[in-house]
Design a protein around this ligand. Structure first.
Ligand code: C5P
Length: 232
């Protein structure tokens, strides 16, 4: 799969989601469905968006015992999503179980991406709350390496970490990066941001963009600008 822009559809209802997607009359963007929308509407929202012709990244960040994750991934795989994810903190065995569950009888499967440390976790909270005392950058790279050992396709990471992840895990190991903002845009609650053009330069494979598109006056124009800066 080549580089692409994934729109984070962080809406709390199908109605709002379709009102947004209806604005796109030409190209069908790759969309991310997260916990908020999935818990609000259930699996039917995935089927409906898929039926409209969009690729889907189902961002549910699974983390449980290997057997439960394996069986849950088998269910998600039948929804025919294109990409899904889990927490690398669930261990290599959990990630291997997830891959097994995700693989369909015909051998195909959605891409599987690991979350390393959430970008909301900083060094202090990692040490105090989780008793992990290594530098956070090392922890992120170690988790990325574990994901690679387990056979996963890549990680979700900050665009600032994408270059290092490729150095550690290889060029083909995918980096999916949120925290993207236009040079002249609002950064909101994101702390470490990059423009789509910078994310391209540093080697992100997919950028995940929410509010710079969903809250734009003209979401289609904002999406097209992202594609121009990141893909073209
Ligand atoms: O609106 P915004 O562009 O900040 O949306 C970014 C999306 O990426 C949101 O859905 C957010 O939950 C997700 N995300 C993130 N940082 C991470 C992991 C996921 O912003 N580390």
């Amino acid at each position: 799969m080549g580089k692409d822009v994934i729109i984070a559809c962080d809406f709390d209802s199908a109605e709002k989601t379709f009102a947004f997607l209806d604005k796109f009359t030409g190209k069908k963007p790759f969309v991310k469905i997260g916990m908020e929308l999935y818990y609000a509407e259930g699996p039917s929202i995935v089927r409906e968006i898929k039926k409209r012709g969009h690729k889907i990244f189902l961002d549910l960040k699974l983390h449980d015992i290997p057997n439960t994750v394996k069986k849950s991934m088998a269910v998600l795989s039948r929804l025919d999503v294109d990409m899904t994810n889990l927490h690398a903190a669930g261990t290599i065995r959990m990630m291997e179980g997830a891959l097994e569950g995700l693989t369909r009888p015909d051998g195909t499967r959605p891409l599987l991406i690991a979350v390393t440390q959430l970008t909301s976790t900083d060094q202090e909270s990692m040490e105090k709350d989780l008793l992990i005392e290594k530098p956070i950058a090392d922890v992120v790279m170690h988790y990325a390496h574990n994901a690679k050992l387990a056979g996963l396709d890549g990680v979700v990471c900050s665009p600032l970490e994408a270059g290092k992840v490729h150095e550690t895990c290889g060029e083909k190991f995918l980096t999916v990066t949120p925290g993207v903002r236009f040079a002249d845009g609002d950064i909101g609650d994101q702390k470490r941001v990059m423009t789509p053009a910078e994310a391209k330069k540093i080697g992100s494979d997919y950028i995940v963009v929410g509010r710079p598109i969903t809250a734009a006056e003209d979401p289609v124009a904002a999406y097209e600008r992202c594609v121009r800066e990141f893909v073209d």
